[in-house]
Design a protein. Structure first.
Length: 348
């Protein structure tokens, strides 16, 4: 089991649930826009949010952003010890930095002293684009190079007594990412931030992230995940939650199962399946609801469901735990079933 760290009141690692992270796309100094986006992310189920700190205005804005959100805020900094310190002084709950590229020993000391004093954790993030020259020359663009580079960054902080650390070793290649995290997990007990970087636009990014993050989570690797998409970051949170659910790591949710339909389907089940999914996505109850294309196979295939519907030429049947409880004309089926779904969510 990994060590546990605390990120602004949210535990990471050490048996805590796998946490969902995302990153804002706004300029952090635009406090209104940043806070509004964080509110949407929190509403979708995000548990930790990262903001880009490019300059002093962004670093100082961390305080105002934090005042407007209940989520822990992570400051993402490249190359600058000064901005790292300023972000922590303005209330950042964690910083993401690469100690290998902030300007040498003196700068590392500055950051280390600051995070120790404020009890703020640091994520050391190595990406294929930021592998330390020494390891790149030795191991090329490889999993080994990513891991050695990240662990080197960790050792720079450890030398200064920093113990609250999380690590990431991301690549845009799924096999490389998975190989790197497996290597890393065997060599460290620090909590791991897992993700496939630059995964792409919504559809291909979700596939890459699901395969990469999913493979690792099923191996028991990963304490917090970030799905990286070229899209609204709220989509990252939805995707992350679906990955956790598919991996069996989130128990309190509504599992909507629906058949792919085939030539036996006599009604428009796809629209209803999407509506049920939308209606139930945020519900924190353990239910299984089925939307099936036909009554020939539907009730039988979904007999472990709390509630289900299967279409027919004239009537749809509604079933509970495999038993048909009512038959409704097709034109009323959607309304009746959605009422049943709401009632099912409210049952104790
Ligand atoms: S439930 Fe019916 S419509 Fe759906 S895939 Fe099975 S046989 Fe086809």
């Amino acid at each position: 089991m990994s060590k546990q760290i605390n990120v602004g009141g949210v535990t990471l690692g050490g048996g805590a649930p796998v946490r969902v992270q995302s990153m804002t796309t706004t300029h952090t100094a635009d406090v209104e826009a940043t806070s509004a986006q964080i509110a949407r992310l929190a509403e979708a189920g995000c548990e930790i949010v990262r903001v880009a700190v490019r300059d002093e205005a962004d670093a100082r804005a961390v305080r105002a952003v934090k005042d407007r959100t209940p989520l822990p805020v992570v400051a993402d900094i490249h190359f600058s010890a000064k901005l790292a310190v300023l972000s922590v002084e303005n209330g950042a709950d964690k910083i993401r930095i690469n100690p290998g590229n902030i300007g040498g020993e003196e700068k590392v000391t500055l950051v280390a002293d600051c995070v120790r004093a404020h009890r703020v954790p640091v994520r050391v993030g190595a990406n294929t684009g930021s592998i330390e020259r020494e390891y790149f020359e030795k191991y090329g663009r490889s999993a080994r190079a990513l891991v050695e580079s990240a662990l080197h960054g960790v050792s720079l902080l450890e030398r200064h007594g920093v113990e609250r650390i999380a690590i990431s070793v991301k690549a845009s290649s799924v096999p490389l990412t998975v190989e790197a995290y497996r290597l890393l997990a065997a060599r460290t007990e620090y909590p791991l931030h897992v993700g496939v970087t630059e995964a792409g636009t919504r559809e291909s990014g979700i596939v890459k992230s699901s395969v990469g993050i999913g493979a690792l989570l099923l191996d028991g690797i990963g304490d917090t995940i970030r799905v990286s998409l070229t899209d609204d970051p709220v989509e990252e949170v939805y995707a992350a939650k679906r990955i956790l659910r598919a991996c069996g790591l989130e128990k309190e949710f509504v599992d909507v199962i629906s058949c792919p339909t085939c030539g036996r389907c006599e009604w428009e089940s796809m629209r209803l399946a999407q509506e049920v999914e939308r209606l139930t996505f945020g519900a924190k109850v353990r239910r299984k609801i089925a939307v099936m294309g036909c009554a020939v196979n539907g009730p039988g295939e979904a007999k472990d469901c709390d509630l289900g519907i299967a279409g027919g030429r004239e009537n749809c049947v509604i079933f509970k735990k495999g038993e048909i409880v009512r038959s409704v004309p097709r034109e009323d089926a959607e309304d009746v079933f959605l009422r049943e779904v709401r009632a099912c969510l409210e049952e104790g």
